[in-house]
Ligand binder design. Structure first.
Ligand code: MRU
Length: 353
């Protein structure tokens, strides 16, 4: 079972022999139910349909998707095995475009296939399961290290604003932005959290509020339009968010609305921190302009969970990520340490460490 070593009681994904179980995040907080996947195609569909979401978590799920498919075909001929595996890689890579952790995890799985060389399919399948499990435990370790580095940035009694869900639910455990908060609380700091709803999918209202409440961390929910008001009244001491992809110059793609919050934080001289593992950095992209931004169905904007409140069929746009320029980021919190005022040179040096 994954997540035992984690202080959070949230179990985002768990491996059962021959199956991957994903906590269905579409149903939270009303119901805690798991979706069981037996094939890579089912995992790809679960990622696309937001059963599991959050950059590191979808990377972990995709790695298990490859391992599942390999296990299913362990008795096949080498030719059938390798073409089936290729289809699995393709389906998983097409699931969502923005979070680079998905592609990073698939690259690790491809490297494991390559390292296995001409081994029998059953042996390659065993190597792939080991690699998926390493990706999961590396993610938890990175989050804990990030938490330890980032906790030092938060004062006792800090009122921390976060957006979307960058918690245990978005990772294999502990979380990135929420991991920093968890680590600060574990170190004895009386931190409280303000989270906005994060329309249209409501990751803040449904997921962050649920996850923090379960762990006994004080959390207050606001709508997406209230953060500027609270900042202007001196009610927010720091902002911490996660990231889906960070370009080589430090520009950060994260949940839609993050850019607007970063601009407001700068206006009010509030530190704006991004907590993300190195697996979220895409050094191949020169700047945020090159980051692919996912655009989802308009129906998600017209309503939620089957209820539509906008006029039927009204045109709506739904870009689900935006890019915050590096100049608005006070510091990047990674497992290798804190990078203040990130820029191209500092990111390159971080990746060489
Ligand atoms: O569309 P989602 O819910 O997958 O978007 C998630 C986010 O934007 C998170 O902030 C990001 O993945 C960081 S998670 C540690």
């Amino acid at each position: 079972m994954i997540g035992h070593a984690d202080a959070s009681r949230v179990e985002t994904l768990r491996w059962r022999t021959g199956r991957l179980e994903l906590l269905d995040q579409r149903l939270l907080p009303a119901r805690v139910e798991f979706v069981s996947c037996a094939t890579a195609q089912e995992v790809a569909r679960a990622i696309r349909e937001m059963v599991i979401r959050g950059a590191p978590a979808i990377g972990c799920a995709a790695a298990y998707g490859v391992a599942l498919e390999a296990a299913r075909m362990r008795d096949a001929s080498p030719t059938v095995f390798s073409s089936g595996l290729e289809r699995a890689f393709e389906a998983l890579a097409a699931a969502r475009p923005t979070a680079v952790n998905l592609f990073w995890a698939l690259e690790r799985m491809r490297a494991a296939v390559k390292a296995a060389g001409q081994a029998r399919p059953a042996d390659i399948a065993a190597c792939l399961l080991d690699e998926a499990q390493r990706i999961v435990s590396d993610d938890i370790a990175a989050n804990r290290a990030m938490g330890a580095h980032g906790a030092a940035l938060l004062a006792d009694r800090a009122r921390v604003f976060t957006h979307c869900n960058a918690g245990a639910l978005a990772t294999a455990g502990h979380g990135t932005a929420l991991g920093v908060i968890r680590s600060a609380v574990a170190a004895g700091k009386r931190v409280s959290v303000i989270v906005d709803e994060t329309r249209p999918f409501l990751q803040g209202a449904r997921l962050t509020a649920w996850e923090l409440s379960r762990d006994g961390i004080p959390v207050t929910l606001i709508t997406d339009s209230m953060s500027g008001h609270l900042m202007s009244r001196g009610e927010i001491d720091a902002v911490i968010v996660g990231a889906d992809r960070i370009a080589a110059n430090g520009d950060v793609a994260n949940k839609i609305g993050t850019y607007m919050i970063a601009v407001l934080a700068r206006r009010h001289r509030i530190p704006f921190y991004v907590a993300a593992p190195l697996s979220s950095i895409d050094a191949r992209l020169a700047s945020g302009e090159a980051i692919p931004i996912e655009e989802r169905e308009a129906s998600e904007v017209r309503g939620h969970a089957g209820l539509e409140w906008a006029p039927a069929g009204v045109a709506a746009r739904n870009p689900v990520f935006d890019v915050t320029p590096a100049e608005l980021v006070t510091a990047l919190i990674t497992e290798k340490g804190v990078v203040e005022a990130p820029d191209r040179g500092k990111i390159a040096a971080l990746l060489k460490q």
